[in-house]
Each structure stands twice: as structure tokens, then as C-alpha cells.
Design a protein around this ligand. Structure first.
Ligand code: SF4
Length: 287
């Protein structure tokens, strides 16, 4: 075999190795990006009293610029009481990875002490009210309790470990009211949801009129609205527009009443006002 053929064989072998090596490296970095590039929530040890919630949130702010400013905790507890709890607090805007400690109020203690908490689901949502971005982390009650009560790192230690800037102040500029929904717990026989399609509970729903409210409560009479307006403090959550977009228009910074909005469906206006987490939707009933 001539020397040139051997040299070509060696060159070809090296080129193939190079291509395979590069492909493997790019796959590896792609996997790293997928695994480690995702926003990450870490529950931390609160240094203040028991209703403080401490957490760290890391994301690639160069790749995904955002103004994070709301933490929301939700409890879904169909097999205990309260059935559902939602609490949210806004805080100073953070534009890069951060850690903070927020006072959630007494409802946080109630959440941890809810009956049948171990069967419940807890959702921690870190969001940007300005950019309309939400990052949601869900876990079972026992895991949430374990992470909260077993957290080792404090906010200061987390910031120092990740070489993050200390951002002073965790005082909430807006207190968003806590909402709690209490209903009867589902009766025995294991964790089953009381829904109309569940044959175990079919009898409970058979007499319910189709168009009326739940459990046979007659539908409320509608009414006309004389005036509807938005007071300062809207956090642009979009709830009102989702409910009644003919009336409410949510912009990047606030909510507006559309010119010429229909005012004859008072029940929907009322529903939007009740859904507003900061209770800034006001209206008067036409006489
Ligand atoms: S529901 Fe309330 S806070 Fe949300 S966008 Fe409408 S007015 Fe603003």
C-alpha cells in the first residue's frame, strides 16, 4: 500500500473523529443548557418570624431580561380545609438573580397547618407583573414543608454563595390581599374529587339545574351598571379582561375602561371586580 493512501486514510480517520467529537460536545452543552439554564427556585431559611417566606430565584437575565416583582403561593387542598388558599406579595423589582425574604402574613402559617396538607398541592409562582411572565413550581405538601422547614441557607448565605448583589429591603410596596376559599372537605373513602363525572358522587349532582348556580342555588338577577372605573393600584394581572373584555382593556401599565363599554351585564362587571386581586375595580349600579 502506498504511503499516500495510508496518509489519506489517517487524515480521513482524524476528520471523522473531529466531527464526532464536535457533535458530542455540542450535544453535551445543549443538555447542560437545558438542565442548568432553566430558571431555578431555591427555598431558603427565613431569619425572621414564622410567617416570612425566604427564597432565591436564579435565571439567565442576559438571555431573558425581566423585571421580577411578585411572589405568589397557592394551596390546592380538595381533601382538607381550607380548600384553597392564595396569597401574593409584590416586592422591589429584581432584574437579575436574587434572593429575598418576604412577610407573607398569618395566612402562611395557616397554609402550612391546613388540614390534610400532606395530600395538598402547593404552587409557588415567581412572576413579573410588568412583563406578564410567570414561573410556576408545583410540589406536594410534604415536599414544600420539608423544603421550608429543612432549608439550611439564609438569604445572605445564598447571595454570597452565588456571588449575587445584596439588594436591600424586602418590604412589600403593595400588599395583595390573601384569598382563601373554604368548602366542605370531600367525604371519606380516600382521595377522590367531588365532581359530577365521578360516579361515586353522581347522585349529588343529578338534581342540579343545568343553568342555575351550584348545588341548586338560583342564578342571581342581572342588573345594569351606571358607571365603572379603575382606581390606582392595578397590577395588570389581566383577570378582568379575561372575564369581560368588552369592558376592560389591560395595557402594559394599567387597566382602562373601553370607550362605549356595554354596561347592561352587571353580573359580569361584578365578577371581574371580585376577581381583581387588588380590588381596584369600582362600579355603581344604575337606579
Ligand atoms: S383585575 Fe384588577 S389588577 Fe388585574 S388588570 Fe384588572 S384592574 Fe388590574
Amino acid at each position: 500500500m502506498s504511503t499516500s493512501v495510508i496518509a489519506m486514510g489517517v487524515a480521513l480517520f482524524l476528520v471523522i473523529n473531529l466531527v464526532v467529537g464536535l457533535a458530542a460536545l455540542s450535544l453535551l452543552f445543549g443538555t447542560f443548557e437545558t438542565i442548568f439554564g432553566k430558571p431555578k427556585l431555591t427555598l431558603l431559611r427565613a431569619t425572621k418570624s414564622g410567617n416570612y417566606f425566604a427564597f432565591g430565584f436564579k435565571w439567565n437575565s442576559a438571555k431573558e431580561p425581566m423585571a421580577i416583582d411578585v411572589i405568589r403561593l397557592r394551596l390546592f387542598n380538595p381533601w382538607g380545609t381550607p380548600t384553597q388558599v392564595e396569597m401574593a406579595k409584590s416586592f422591589e423589582v429584581k432584574r437579575s438573580s436574587f434572593a429575598t425574604e418576604i412577610e407573607m402574613g398569618p395566612a402562611f402559617i395557616d397554609l402550612l397547618g391546613a388540614k390534610n396538607f400532606d395530600l395538598a398541592l402547593v404552587q409557588v409562582e415567581v412572576s413579573s407583573s410588568r412583563d406578564g411572565v410567570n414561573f410556576s413550581f408545583e410540589m406536594k405538601g410534604p415536599k414544600f414543608r420539608r423544603l421550608v422547614e429543612g432549608a439550611n441557607l439564609t438569604v445572605a448565605e445564598f447571595l454570597s454563595q452565588h456571588k449575587l448583589d445584596v439588594i436591600k429591603g424586602s418590604k412589600s410596596p403593595i400588599d395583595i390581599p390573601m384569598r382563601s376559599f373554604i368548602a366542605d372537605t370531600v367525604p371519606g373513602r380516600g382521595p377522590m374529587l367531588k365532581v359530577a363525572t365521578n360516579p361515586v358522587f353522581a347522585g349529588d349532582f343529578s338534581a342540579a339545574p343545568a343553568a342555575a348556580g351550584a348545588a341548586g342555588v338560583p342564578a342571581a338577577a342581572n342588573f345594569k351598571v351606571a358607571k365603572v372605573w379603575i382606581e390606582p393600584g392595578c397590577i395588570v394581572c389581566n383577570a378582568c379582561e379575561d372575564i369581560y373584555k368588552d369592558v376592560f382593556e389591560v395595557t402594559a401599565t394599567t387597566c382602562l375602561i373601553r370607550p362605549g363599554a356595554p354596561l347592561d351585564d352587571g353580573l359580569r362587571v361584578q365578577e371581574a371586580a371580585e376577581a381583581c386581586p387588588v380590588e381596584v375595580i369600582k362600579y355603581t349600579i344604575a337606579s
